[in-house]
Ligand binder design. Structure first.
Ligand SMILES: Nc1ncnc2c1ncn2[C@@H]1O[C@H](COP(=O)(O)OP(=O)(O)O)[C@@H](O)[C@H]1O
Ligand SMILES: [Mg+2]
Length: 248
C-alpha cells in the first residue's frame, strides 16, 4: 500500500465570519506529483497554509507522516505564491538559496562547504548559477521562481508545496521547473503544485486535487480529472471545457 504522507481530516478554515474551506478530507501519498486545481479564491493557498500550520483552523486534524507539523518541518519545503514574497528584500540569489540550509543549523552556527555545495548544485540544476551574486529584486519573474525552487532543493526536503510556480514565467523556465518536479517525484519525493493551466494538467501531474472551498475530487489524474469534476470545481464554465477537449 502507498505510504500516506499527508492526512487531512474534516478540515474547516474561516477568516473572520467567512468560511473558506469546509470539511476537507484528503490523503496524499508518497512519490506523486499532485496538481492542486480550482478557481481563484477556491482556498488553494489557504489549504497549503493550514497543512503547514501557518494559519489556525476552526475544526479538523492534519498529520504529516502521522506526526504533528512541528516535528517534521525540516522535511518540508514551501514556495509561497509570488505576490506573498517581498522582492525588494536586499539579498542575493545565493543568500536566498542558502536559506534552505537554515533549518539544519543551530543558532549562530555557520554555513559550511557542504551547504555551499548543495546551494551550487541546486542553482546549477535550475540554470541560475551564473546569477548567484545578483540581487533578487533585479531578476525576471521566471528567474525569481527558479531561485525559490532552488532554495527548496537545497533543503533536500521530502515534501514540497509549490504555490503557482508557473505564473509569470517564460517557457524555458516552465520547462526547467517541470523537469525538476518530475525528477524529484522519481526520487520518491512528494509534491503539491497549485496550477492554473488546465491544458497541461494531464502531462504534469499523476494526481489531482480539485478544490472549490470543498474538496471536489482527489485521485489519479486519469480517473479524477473529468469534465464533470472540472465543471463542479469551476461552477460549470463549459466553454472552457469544450476548448480543452477532455473526453471523459
Ligand atoms: N489572510 C486572510 N484574511 C482574510 N481573508 C483571506 C485571507 N487569506 C485568504 N483569504 C480569503 O480566502 C479565500 C481563499 O483564498 P486563497 O486560499 O488565497 O484562494 P486561492 O489560493 O485558491 O486563490 C479568498 O476569498 C480570500 O480572499
Ligand atoms: Mg492562491
Amino acid at each position: 500500500m502507498d505510504q500516506v504522507v499527508i492526512d487531512v481530516k474534516s478540515l474547516s478554515v474561516s477568516f473572520g465570519i467567512k468560511r473558506v474551506l469546509t470539511n476537507i478530507n484528503l490523503e496524499v501519498v508518497a512519490g506523486s506529483v499532485y496538481g492542486v486545481i480550482g478557481p481563484n479564491g477556491a482556498g488553494k493557498s489557504t489549504l497549503f497554509k493550514a497543512i503547514l500550520g501557518l494559519i489556525e483552523f476552526d475544526l479538523g486534524d492534519v498529520t504529516l507522516w502521522d506526526k504533528d507539523i512541528e516535528e517534521v518541518r525540516k522535511r518540508i519545503a514551501y514556495v509561497p505564491q509570488k505576490d506573498e514574497v517581498d522582492w525588494t528584500f536586499p539579498a542575493t540569489v545565493k543568500d536566498i538559496v542558502l536559506m534552505g540550509r537554515y533549518p539544519f543549523k543551530k543558532v549562530f552556527q555557520r554555513l559550511n562547504k557542504e551547504d555551499d555545495r548543495l546551494a551550487d548544485e541546486a542553482m546549477d540544476e535550475l540554470g541560475i548559477l551564473n546569477l548567484k551574486n545578483r540581487q533578487i529584486g533585479q531578476l525576471s519573474g521566471g528567474q525569481q521562481q527558479r531561485v525559490f525552487l532552488a532554495r527548496a532543493l537545497c533543503q533536500q526536503a521530502d515534501l514540497y508545496f509549490l504555490d503557482e510556480p508557473f505564473v509569470g514565467v517564460d517557457i524555458a523556465t516552465e520547462d526547467k521547473i517541470i523537469k525538476t518536479i518530475k525528477r524529484l517525484a522519481k526520487d520518491g519525493k512528494t509534491l503539491l503544485v497549485v496550477h492554473h493551466d488546465l491544458s497541461t494538467v494531464n502531462d504534469y501531474f499523476d494526481k489531482v486535487i480539485l478544490l472549490n472551498q470543498r474538496l471536489v475530487a482527489c485521485g489519479d489524474t486519469e480517473k479524477v480529472f473529468t469534465n464533470k469534476n472540472i465543471s463542479n470545481a469551476y461552477g460549470g464554465q463549459l466553454t472552457l471545457l469544450n476548448k480543452l477537449g477532455i473526453n471523459r
